[in-house]
Design a protein around this ligand. Structure first.
Ligand SMILES: [Fe+2]
Ligand SMILES: [Fe+2]
Length: 178
C-alpha cells in the first residue's frame, strides 16, 4: 500500500487520459467502419455521421491535452485502429439495427467508465473532469439516439450487446496497462 502525501494527486490522471484517448480513438474507428458499410444517406448513416463528428471532437481534445501534458498514447493504438474499424464494419454488415446496437453497447460501457473516473477524480484535475463530464453527456445522447432508432430490434440484441460490452471492458483494462 502506498501512502498519500499532501499535494500529490491521488488519482492517476495521466493513465486516465491515456485510456480515454484510446477510447475516443476507438470510437472514431468504429464509426468509420460503420460508415464504410452503411448505405449512404440511409437514416442510420446520417445519425452515425453526426455521432462520428462528435467523437472526433472528443479525440481532438484529448490529443491536445496529451501533447500539452506529455502523456504517451497507449501502445495498443494500432490494435484499436483495426479492431475498432472491424467491429464497426462487422456490425453494419449484420444490419443497420446491429450497427445501432453496437453504439448502444459501447456507449453504455463508456458512460459507466466516465462515471467511475469522475468519482475517482473528485476535486483533482478539474480540467480533465470538465471534459469527461462534457463528453459523457454526448455518449449518453448517442446511446439514446441508437435506442430511439431501434437498436433493441437488432437480431440477437442481448447476446450481441453483451459481447460488445465485454470487449469494450477488456479494451479499457488493456489500455490502462499497456
Ligand atoms: Fe466520445
Ligand atoms: Fe460516443
Amino acid at each position: 500500500m502506498t501512502s498519500w502525501h499532501p499535494g500529490e494527486r491521488r488519482s492517476d490522471s495521466s493513465s486516465m487520459l491515456r485510456v480515454d484517448q484510446a477510447g475516443e480513438y476507438g470510437a472514431t474507428r468504429i464509426y468509420a467502419g460503420q460508415l464504410a458499410v452503411l448505405r449512404r444517406n440511409c437514416p442510420e448513416a446520417k445519425l452515425t455521421a453526426r455521432m462520428a463528428a462528435q467523437e472526433q471532437r472528443h479525440l481532438d481534445r484529448f490529443n491536445r491535452l496529451m501533447s500539452d501534458r506529455r502523456v504517451r498514447p497507449t501502445a495498443l493504438q494500432p490494435l484499436w485502429n483495426v479492431a475498432g474499424f472491424a467491429l464497426g464494419a462487422a456490425t453494419a454488415l449484420m444490419s443497420e439495427k446491429a450497427a445501432l446496437a453496437c453504439t448502444d453497447a459501447i456507449e453504455t460501457e463508456i458512460d459507466k467508465h466516465y462515471g467511475k473516473q469522475l468519482a475517482e477524480l473528485g476535486e483533482d484535475d478539474p480540467e480533465l473532469a470538465r471534459d469527461i463530464a462534457d463528453f459523457r453527456a454526448d455518449e449518453l445522447e448517442h446511446r439514446d439516439v441508437a435506442r430511439d432508432a431501434g437498436a433493441m430490434n437488432a437480431l440477437g440484441y442481448p447476446l450481441l450487446t453483451a459481447a460488445i460490452r465485454a470487449g469494450c471492458r477488456m479494451a479499457i483494462e488493456l489500455s490502462k496497462r499497456i
